[in-house]
Design a protein around this ligand. Structure first.
Ligand code: ZN
Ligand code: ZN
Length: 268
């Protein structure tokens, strides 16, 4: 495992670690991290935590799977947008909550606090990047491209929000196993929820821009009547979605975050 870490083969290091575990006289799970630092050094231990944190989910590709309700078409019938995936054709993976990373429960207990904190940190940095990304407002010139860009951005934000939701949901039990980190974890949870609220704001903006780009498509001269009908159906669908509470009853809803927005920042 040491060689794999040195050679930056992170995924392999995780697999090797899991193979070693249980075979040799391993220390108890909760003492594993301390043991790792002592045996392989601090840097290698940190690298292994990072490898665990970013280990890909076994069941999906980057947090998404084909929507079972529309089989990936985004439409249930002709000109009826699929409610489940809000017309994206992709729904959130239930195993990783859309994060694209293996569920926390699959990670050795002794690493979970570290991994959770690390994931939140990675998500914060990623979020800064995503929210700072320059988005071009909807234009009449290329409405289809605009729509696709906003839809992709929406899904990207959803994945990041999944990380903050995982932190929120798991924090309580992890604080129990690691009392001295309690205040710190609570602070991290709070920061995560605040950033998630910014993501939610951006998602709402994307819905507005999706509506506008489809309005442009309805009026576009170079679109055929079928494409215009589809755009019209989308305008209607997303207008309705914009009036509803934060993606409720769709696969883009984050129920725990929605509750937390109210509790942590008084927003609903
Ligand atoms: Zn669908
Ligand atoms: Zn997954």
């Amino acid at each position: 495992m040491g060689t794999a870490l040195r050679e930056r083969r992170d995924e392999e290091a995780v697999r090797l670690f899991l193979q070693i575990q249980g075979k040799t006289e391993s220390p108890p799970e909760l003492e594993m991290l301390a043991h790792l630092k002592k045996t392989y050094g601090l840097e290698s231990a940190k690298q292994l935590m990072h490898a665990f944190a970013c280990f890909g989910c076994f069941y999906c590709k980057q947090g998404r799977e084909t929507c079972p309700q529309c089989e990936g078409r985004g439409m249930r019938e002709e000109n009826i947008v699929c409610e489940g995936c809000i017309g994206m054709g992709l729904s959130r993976c239930g195993f990783c909550n859309g994060t694209g990373w293996i569920a926390l429960g699959c990670i050795p207990a002794g690493f979970q606090v570290e991994v959770l904190l690390l994931r939140t940190k990675i998500a914060m940095e990623r979020c800064k990047e995503i929210l700072n990304k320059k988005m071009i407002r909807p234009t009449a010139k290329n409405p289809t491209h605009c729509f696709q860009t906003y839809a992709q951005h929406l899904l990207e934000l959803d994945g990041i929000m999944g990380v903050f939701e995982e932190t929120l949901v798991n924090a309580k039990s992890l604080v129990k196993s690691d009392h001295h980190l309690g205040d710190y974890i609570s602070k991290v949870v709070c920061q995560g929820v605040k950033v998630a609220a910014d993501c939610e704001k951006r998602r709402q903006k994307m819905v507005q821009w999706i509506i506008q780009s489809n309005r442009f498509a309805v009026d576009a001269k170079n679109m055929n009547p079928e494409e215009q009908d589809l755009a019209r159906a989308r305008v209607e669908f997303y207008e309705d979605l914009a009036h509803r509470e934060k993606f409720v009853d769709t696969s883009l809803e984050h129920p725990f975050l929605n509750q937390a927005f109210q509790k942590f920042i008084g927003k609903n």
